[in-house]
Write a protein that binds this ligand. Structure first.
Ligand SMILES: [Zn+2]
Ligand SMILES: [Zn+2]
Length: 321
């Protein structure tokens, strides 16, 4: 079961439904959730307008690299992505400024640098993917913003482009069995997982009680199946060392924790939910479970804008109670 929402309208609907369900349970989280909802809505609109044909990168050899365990985009130049990255900047920079007015000045500075051709977009995108961030400090300094803000901007812009292209990049690779904890397309870690409902197929239904586990990439949005009985970080198979936390009355939301490696990952349990959520929105809406896990000394698998608790995001007092 893949949560593919085919049109802009259906993605928007899924974002709204996911957020409203969470906010009806925890209205105190509105000030945290709404800015991300607005960002995701704009991202969905941009994605439907990005033209994959502008990207001419040759994927020959990607299938073989994947078979040997190398994510598809890890070794490729992103220079041919310049045009879609620019389109994503045009759409997403104003949305970031509006959603997060506290960094509005920085976003204006990034926008001016981009418009003056003073932002090496494809190089910054490559460094984001390979995790080196070599030129982030110097680029940020040259335009007078923090490297963190520049990384947040690049995360938003690159993830918009990747999410648009990921289904096309994955076409022809479906036969590859990928059971790692990082994404087979972009190599990034997941922001959230989900446990699938039983398949709707009557014949299969009898032998399929659901609960197949999928990871959702924090950057490109790709979903891939993993063994639900193994920790995706350290391959721990000891059930005694794996457990989950949830809050009463909301069994569709939980956070899976491994005591062996100390990492946790929020999980949407679709067997306990009426519909497939928009997974990025669902991840933000489970931040109260992030807090629960952090309070017990566990670490997030992915540090995301909304769960970098120690880096300045302030939560209303009673979210974590
Ligand atoms: Zn990915
Ligand atoms: Zn583990």
């Amino acid at each position: 079961m893949q949560p593919v929402a085919a049109t802009e309208n259906s993605i928007h609907q899924a974002i709204h439904t996911t957020a409203e369900e969470a906010l009806s349970a925890r209205p105190v989280m509105a000030s945290l959730i709404r800015p991300f909802v607005n960002l995701f809505l704009q991202k969905a609109s941009c994605i439907t307008r990005l033209d994959f044909d502008t990207w001419t990168e040759d994927l020959k050899g990607a299938h073989d690299r994947l078979l040997s365990g190398i994510p598809i985009l890890m070794t490729l130049s992103l220079e041919p992505w310049r045009k879609p990255l620019e389109t994503a900047c045009e759409w997403m920079l104003p949305a970031i400024r509006e959603a997060f007015p506290a960094i509005g000045g920085d976003i204006e500075a990034v926008t001016a640098a981009y418009r003056n051709d003073n932002l090496p977009l494809s190089r910054l995108a490559e460094e984001y993917l390979d995790g080196s961030f070599t030129h982030y400090e110097s680029s940020a300094q040259s335009i007078g913003v923090s490297a963190d803000t520049l990384a947040f901007v690049m995360n938003t812009v690159l993830s918009t482009v990747l999410e648009a292209f990921a289904p096309r990049i994955w076409a022809g690779m479906e036969d590859v069995r990928w059971s790692k904890g990082n994404c087979p397309i972009c190599g990034c870690l997941p922001s959230v997982s989900y446990l699938a409902k039983p398949s709707g197929d009557a014949g299969e239904f009898l032998k399929d009680s659901g609960g197949k586990k999928f990871l959702h990439c924090a950057l490109c949005g790709h979903n891939w199946r993993i063994n639900r009985h193994i920790c995706p970080v350290c391959d721990n198979t000891d059930a005694e060392l794996r457990f989950f936390l949830s809050v009463p009355d909301y069994p569709g939301e939980r956070v899976d924790i491994c005591r062996k490696c100390g990492f946790y990952l929020p999980c949407a349990d679709l067997r306990e939910r009426s519909a497939m959520p928009h997974l990025d929105t669902a991840a933000v809406c489970m931040v109260h479970l992030d807090i629960l896990a952090r309070q017990q000394g566990f670490k997030p698998l992915s540090y995301l804008t909304w769960n970098r608790i120690e880096n300045g995001i302030e939560f209303p007092q009673d979210i974590s109670s």
